[in-house]
Design a protein around this ligand. Sequence first.
Ligand code: ZN
Length: 905
Amino acid sequence: MRTDTPRPIRLKNYKPAPFTIDKVSLDFQLDRTATRVTSRLHMRPNPSADTPTADAKSAKAKSTRSAKGSKAEASTGTLVLDGELLELESLKLNGEPLPRSRYRVGKETLTIRQVPRAPFTLDIVTTCNPEANKALSGLYVSRGMFCTQCEAEGFRRITYFLDRPDVLATYTVRIEADAEAASTLLSNGNLRERGTLAEGKRHYAIWRDPHPKPSYLFALVGGHLASIASTFTTSEGEHVDLRIYVEPGKEDRCGWAMDALKRSMAWDERRFGRAYDLEVFNIVAVSDFNMGAMENKGLNIFNDRLILASPQTASDATYAAIEAVIAHEYFHNWTGNRITCRDWFQLCLKEGLTVYRDQEFTADERSRAVERINDVRRLKLSQFPEDAGPLAHPVRPASYIEINNFYTATVYEKGAELCRMIATLLGEAGFRAGMNLFFERHDGEAATVEDFIACFAHVSGRDLSQFMIWYQQAGTPELVCSLDHDQAAQTATLHVEQVLPPTPGQQRKKPLHMPLALGLLAPDGEELALKLKDGDVVENGIIELTQRRQSFTFEGVRERPVPSLLRHFSAPCNLTIDLSDHDYAFLIAHDRDPFNRWQAVQSFVTRTMQRFITAARTGKNPGSADQLIEALRAAFFDRKLEPAYRAELMRLPGETALARIIAHDIDPDAIHKGCHQVMRAIARALGPEFEKLYRTTKPKRTYDPSAEQMGLRAQRLAALTLLAYRGEAADKDRVVQHFKGANNMTDQSAALYLIATHVPAARQATFAAFHERWKDDHLTINAWFAAQAMVPTASTLERIKTLQRHALYSATTPNNVSAVVNTFATVNPVQFNRADGEGYAFLADEVLKANAFNPQLAARLMTQLRGWKTLEPQRRKRAQAELKRIAKAPGLSNDVFEIVTKMLD
Ligand code: ZN
């Protein structure tokens, strides 16, 4: 917690650690309130420490380990270790107890003076209190289970250490605990030994991880757990034992995660030539967890919502999320663990790249078009608003106060887009060659973004220095495009301007290097061959932008074509081009790029909704939606479409998406009204077709998580949803019957949410039925919390406050808080943005409550208000008042302080 204004950490101040830690031995005596940790560190001065390293160079952690300490003489002799909330019991240097005069215990450090210039050992004994740890960082207890979370800076809450990612060591870990309460004892690497003590009352396990790793990848688990097991044989012929550990009784919900794991292992071998490198791969599901999951070496720890799945308890969305996150964490084994980050500014090096890899996995396993649509939908809903608001930061930030605030959509999702652009620019083979070089050059090291980009420059022979600007410059570029047609010359000229909006601290920007994928469609719908006038060929339909303004003239264009720009969303930009309703209808009918076809539907719906929203505010006549409806009729009921893709086309932009596009003086009531009018018009006009689609789409009665079956369920639910907007008695009844007839959570939860939002008369009975069915399941009940937070009526705020006193609600369990608070803030914009400001007051109260025990959770909740400046003046004032109340509160954590300061700036 903060006492005065915290100082930011800056990328440009990076210095290698003054000492290395080559080897670590840890001994844990697990105890709920006083766990004793005995640590032996084999240390020596870092020979490369006083050579000033340019930001661009990697820490070369591997080579410093083997180098004979030639420059060791120059080390300072003072060692500062990180440590928080620890009781120091004893301290020895080279086996000798240290006198008090040689060290000082600070609030966040242990400083030892006059350490030797030769290699030495430190023996440190500390205790910590896992049960009191509600921050869920370090060692804590979740539903009776001991577990750890060390990224980014949690290891220092376990023992004193150089807790930074460029200090790589091998770990041996001995865990001792009560044999009954903690029958399972796990840590990273391979199991070396286990045994019993005290006549079987206690037991121990010894784990050794041969791969040098930074402390943030350390993990430990102790608890009474059940597991499922499987095996995998790598392409190198190594046999790997796979295991997933869960609360006893939940083993039957682990099968899908295991299946996803094996497919991930095979995919990384096929697609990137990367095989697994330990005897075992363990996964543990825990209930109290700050994020989705964590890639600890050989011991991934997951939020239980991303492991546990059965047809009855998990929806298709959950099944898909489990598959993607299992893949993501597994892929970190190479991108993150074998090659780690030099410092936390390089976070996108592992996260952006690993998101790109998990997206590619999903694209290969399921539908590439559907995956791309979902990637972009997520990017636009989460990253674009971040980039357009007070929390905007580059994919590689230049400074931070609290690193936990930078696990953002920008680092993850935009970071993935940057990798994707490199792949687009270099082609798949070029990208793979660059990745191979990256693994070859930096395996076992802590690397930088420059190291990464240099590999692609090397294999392609291309200059990627302008591309680097993407990592340094915040904000979403806008591509302002126009197309001229010259009838006489039979040419079409595309003009593109990069408009780079200012972001906090970055007023003027440089133009970026990006691929623009495009097509030109002749009036008959045929795709024109792209021939540039200067003779350049357009390879794979991609032109490259490098300047603020550029024009491209295409030859042999007899009639005015319709441009299809930014195909497959080839660069993370906002596209502006003046297309008519007719052009959109044309693209919807003819574009052969499935992504842009979807985009055309979105754009056409969006502009129509905007017209209705404006009308709702001004009282003017909105006109009709007939043109849109006819275009949708042609799009939705095209027989050739895959059901999963049709379902994406039918998922129309919602109120949050519209608010993002309107972006100023937002009136949530008007947006609600305008969106609903358009949805209702579509549903009325196309109702009979939707009814038929609902009736004739027949997923198998037994649940199957295959892409094909998910597609059928999604298509059927898309029809059910649109019909709910029509709102006739039969439509409401259909939803209620769907709920009652559901035999899986996909159908059950979809109908539950539709009843919450569209069928007032059935709410009470439905909520009661759902509660009765799931009241003993701490995970599945979150859908019940969420459904009630969605109800678009004025009583909802009071209702969710009551829910927070429910027996299954725990204020310290992020999944519960998120189900209530995040659902309310994101899915129920009209009630969250109540004109009286009570929604904002509620959020502020939640932030302050969480600030006291879990700063990461508090800071994340607060980002729900990051768009406050785009609200209409009355609401803006009320939101600002709540932010100011937070800013003034005593005892603010660094996390909340940093976010609230930036938001009010
Ligand atoms: Zn990750």
